[in-house]
Write a protein that binds this ligand. Structure first.
Ligand SMILES: Nc1nc2c(ncn2[C@@H]2O[C@H](COP(=O)(O)OP(=O)(O)OP(=O)(O)O)[C@@H](O)[C@H]2O)c(=O)[nH]1
Ligand SMILES: [Mg+2]
Length: 426
């Protein structure tokens, strides 16, 4: 009897398990088939891709439509036809490469120089101008001159262009700086960083050594250029009558500029349409907070300013714009508020807002074919042929490749600044 119950129980158990076993078998078979199929499809698509390698990867790609906003009407003709490289005397603009730098940053300065020389300047030999708030050491001068293909010159910044002016109140300044330190504001406790930002905002273009130049290309220590420059950016500025060129655009840390926009708004009201021409300038770029594509602004701001700025560690610009009465009025208004010291206003938002308000009609250029890296971010052309043609060493898909990321303002630029040509022409 016990045996019969035992057999019955097991019999029932086995019968009940049969569908489960069948299901498991089907699933395993399915997985197996799926794996085989995936493998099959992958290898088939790899085969297909390689089947067309010879035409896909062909170097003679003069007729390929570029996925880029190039300023060069015949972009592939330059490098491979040897029009730049090997040209003995390419036409040069009245321009200089410009580096504000400390003696102790020599190695970083040489790294940046080597990269820009290789990628661009060896073919042009533009002058290098170095500026410092203390005299350059003989070692610095020797090494940078050896690295440069062009002439080098070294300027000592006068104290009145660099140091904190006396009308900044001591006690208020110390209190503000301590508060910024407490609040962990980036470089919030640094006096020299403030000097540097005010100098770059309002004084670099007044330096004696720059007086005879029209254009400058700002270079910082420890930056890099990942592709050959496909054109002379100075020439692009001149030919297009542009005044300012950038590569990367990001959101500013609002805690460094709590009252900057108040000062700007006051300036706009006082200007009363004299220099700031709202119907032609780039006001939209610095105030648009709408969704662009799938991107809302990465940070919320407490003013109309959306915090977008051109990352000014790279700049190619027209010195005459900065020396103009219009820019000086703008700068003087901001400077009189003391925010470079009581807060920690950076030259990036100051340049960017100034350029966006005062420039117009495509006078600002996005150099999308210049691949530039200031750690941690970099730009890298997305078009494969562009990368090949410019001998790029960069990965356009990496998360630090900044162009189309939530914390990039480039999409806002395309919408409000100079959009991609094909969008405008389409
Ligand atoms: N001569 C001189 N140059 C300075 C001083 N502080 C900064 N600089 C230069 O000013 C430029 C900007 O300074 P950085 O320290 O790179 O500032 P940043 O790019 O905002 O910050 P990082 O992310 O640290 O690079 C660089 O070219 C520096 O070499 C200074 O006290 N004296
Ligand atoms: Mg830097």
């Amino acid at each position: 009897m016990t045996m019969a119950v035992f057999l019955l129980k097991w019999g029932l158990f086995i019968v009940m398990c049969i569908p489960m076993f069948l299901q498991l078998k089907v699933t395993l078979e399915g997985l197996y088939v799926q794996t085989i199929l995936t493998h099959h499809y992958k290898s088939q698509s790899r085969q297909l891709a390689h089947k067309y390698d010879s035409s896909r990867m062909k170097v003679d790609h003069l007729n390929v439509k570029l996925g880029t906003n190039t300023y060069d009407p015949d972009p592939f003709s330059q490098i491979h036809k040897g029009n730049i490289s090997g040209q003995e005397h390419p036409q040069k603009e009245n321009a200089t490469l410009l580096m504000l730098v400390r003696n102790e940053e020599l190695e970083g300065a040489l790294e940046s120089m080597r990269s820009l020389e290789d990628r661009f300047n060896k073919d042009y030999q533009y002058d290098w101008t170095f500026l410092n708030d203390v005299p350059f050491t003989p070692g610095f001068i020797l090494a940078t001159t050896a690295m440069a293909s062009g002439k080098t010159q070294y300027g000592l910044i006068p104290s009145e262009d660099w140091d904190r002016p006396d009308w900044i109140e001591d006690n208020k300044f110390t209190k503000c700086m301590n508060k910024m330190k407490e609040d962990d504001v980036m470089y919030g406790d640094s006096v020299s960083y403030r000097n540097m930002c005010r100098f770059n905002s309002g004084y670099f273009f007044r330096q004696e050594l720059l007086m005879d130049y029209d254009y400058y290309f700002r270079v910082e220590p420890n930056v890099g250029y990942f592709c050959d420059l496909p054109y002379d950016p100075f020439k692009v500025l001149r030919e297009r009558k542009a005044k300012y060129g950038f590569v990367i655009s990001l959101y500013e840390y609002e805690n460094t500029i709590p009252t900057l926009w108040d000062a700007v708004s006051e300036y706009i009201v006082e200007d009363n349409g004299r220099d700031v021409q709202m119907d032609r300038n780039y006001y939209g770029f610095i105030t648009d907070k709408s969704q662009v594509g799938r991107f809302l602004p990465a940070v919320e701001s407490n003013s109309d300013y959306n915090l977008c700025h051109f990352w000014s560690n790279f700049e190619v610009g027209d010195l005459n714009f900065f020396r103009s009465e219009q820019y000086l009025n703008y700068f003087n208004h901001l400077d009189s508020k003391g925010g470079f010291y009581y807060e920690r206003w950076g030259d990036a938002p100051v340049h960017s807002i100034g350029a966006s308000l005062l420039l117009k009609d495509e006078e600002i250029i996005h150099f999308d074919q210049i691949s530039y890296c200031h750690p941690p971010f970099y730009s890298c052309p997305t078009a494969m042929y562009g990368r090949l043609d410019q001998r790029c060493i960069c990965d356009s898909e990496n998360e630090f490749s900044i162009d189309i990321r939530p914390h990039s303002c480039l999409m806002r630029w395309w919408k409000n600044g100079s959009g991609k040509h094909f969008i405008k022409e389409g």
